[in-house]
Design a binder for this molecule. Structure first.
Ligand SMILES: Cc1cc2nc3c(=O)[nH]c(=O)nc-3n(C[C@H](O)[C@H](O)[C@H](O)COP(=O)(O)OP(=O)(O)OC[C@H]3O[C@@H](n4cnc5c(N)ncnc54)[C@H](O)[C@@H]3O)c2cc1C
Length: 102
């Protein structure tokens, strides 16, 4: 059995939000972390339309912004020492080919 990526995304999203315990803040960008060197207390988010920035407080912050993450810089902004980025190979290769009939 297989499913398309959009169907999988849709199903996971529907399931996650069905509890009513999760609020999705759309149309915003995270522009920094709040708190200090001893503790992160939340994230600063900016509305893309109004350009207004506000703070979302949290006990636990997860960075899910992918490989373009700005978190290392945001942590140094809070007073933490800069960390060198670590890279390691996972030993997986992949190739793809698009075939059409003549
Ligand atoms: C062309 C291509 C094909 C791929 N094909 C496959 C595949 O077939 N199978 C596979 O397993 N993997 C594939 N990958 C890899 C896969 O897409 C990534 O590994 C995966 O998306 C990483 O997930 P992520 O949630 O960590 O980051 P992302 O999917 O990059 O999600 C990060 C999200 O955070 C958002 N974001 C970033 N910064 C901010 C900010 N400041 N404020 C608010 N939001 C922000 C971004 O808009 C994005 O929606 C492919 C990648 C590419 C580029």
């Amino acid at each position: 059995m297989s499913a398309s990526r959009p169907l999988l995304d849709f199903t996971v999203r529907q399931r996650a939000f069905s509890s009513g315990r999760i609020e999705l803040v759309e149309g915003t960008d995270v522009v920094g972390l709040t708190g200090g060197a001893d503790r992160v207390t939340g994230a600063a988010v900016r509305d893309r339309e109004s350009r207004q920035t506000r703070e979302l407080t949290a006990d636990f912050v997860v960075d899910a912004t992918g490989r373009s993450t700005a978190t290392p810089g945001w942590l140094t902004d809070l007073g933490l020492p800069a960390r060198a980025r670590e890279r390691f190979g996972v030993g997986v290769r992949r190739s793809a080919m698009w075939l059409t009939s003549l």
